[in-house]
Write a protein that binds this ligand. Structure first.
Ligand code: HEM
Ligand code: HEM
Length: 225
């Protein structure tokens, strides 16, 4: 009978250059998207600032009607949305890059293969390694969840971009908006869990984890790098 080998930890941990570029570009863009929302809804919140605009203009001896104030608020708000939309389109391009990379990467480096390797390691792990293998599998499952969330964000974001031009997309605009909104909270949850988890792993049992995501495997001799 043929013995089934336990995949080594590196099988789930070894990132290609393309993957590392994608990771940091994607992390920057997702953070940028969250920042635009923070500015739009909290820091600037142009709509709620209309009375302040009116007060400032009145102090200077002029006057500003509600309608004029709203028009000013709209201009500010549109500026922030323009940033959101362009970063969103860039994020969509990186999503496509990730998808193509999955098809082109050597079989063992694709996310699906790394997830399967983590599941096999967990199933076949010796009792002493069970906790480590379970932890690695859970981490991979959170990544799978993130890939689902980012796909939802890209699809619903594109629907919102084209909704005013395509009648069918316009009919599902409201659902897309709601889904886009709710998924943002799932992404925020993922980021908190991920960053805390990675930093915790780095300072406890997996020193060099973050630098491997920056500059690749420690030996640097990986042929696919
Ligand atoms: C918006 C922020 C971020 C997002 C969306 C994000 C997303 C991801 C995803 C999807 C993966 C899984 C890659 C895969 O196995 O296919 C990953 C892995 C990783 N990320 Fe992040 N990341 C973010 C921020 C960060 C930060 C700030 C750090 C460093 C402190 C970091 C360090 C890592 C490391 C070390 C791994 C590899 C972990 C492992 O092999 O299990 N990430 N990240
Ligand atoms: C992690 C990434 C993202 C986050 C956190 C995010 C968050 C949000 C939020 C909270 C809204 C407000 C929805 C509402 O008012 O009900 C919004 C609107 C929007 N988002 Fe995103 N989004 C992200 C990615 C994207 C992507 C990838 C695209 C495009 C491909 C996109 C395009 C849009 C558009 C077009 C709007 C509507 C803007 C408007 O009302 O003028 N977003 N986004």
């Amino acid at each position: 009978m043929q013995a089934i080998a336990v995949p080594p930890a590196t099988a789930t941990h070894d990132y290609s250059k393309g993957m590392r570029i994608w990771h940091w570009a994607n992390a920057t863009l997702v953070s940028g998207q969250l920042l635009t929302i923070l500015f739009q809804k909290v820091i600037v919140n142009a709509r709620s600032a209309v009375p302040e605009f009116q007060e400032a203009i009145t102090k200077g001896g002029g006057s500003l009607t509600q309608q004029q104030g709203r028009a000013v608020a709209h201009v500010i708000s549109e500026r922030i949305w323009t940033w959101h939309v362009w970063m969103g389109v860039t994020l969509a391009a990186f999503w496509l890059f990730w998808t193509v990379m999955q098809a082109l990467d050597p079989a063992g480096r694709r996310f699906g293969a790394r997830l399967m390797a983590a599941a096999r390691r967990y199933k076949l792990a010796a009792p002493a390694e069970h906790a480590d293998a379970r932890h690695a599998l859970l981490a991979k499952l959170t990544y799978a969840a993130f890939y689902l969330f980012i796909t939802i964000m890209v699809v619903t974001g594109l629907i919102l971009i084209f909704a005013d031009d395509v009648p069918f997309l316009n009919s599902i605009k409201h659902t897309a908006e709601e889904t886009h909104n709710v998924t943002m909270y799932l992404i925020i949850g993922y980021i908190v869990l991920h960053v805390v988890g990675v930093v915790w792993a780095e300072i406890t049992e997996d020193h060099g984890l973050v630098s491997r995501m920056v500059s690749g495997p420690a030996d640097k001799q990986s042929p696919q790098d």
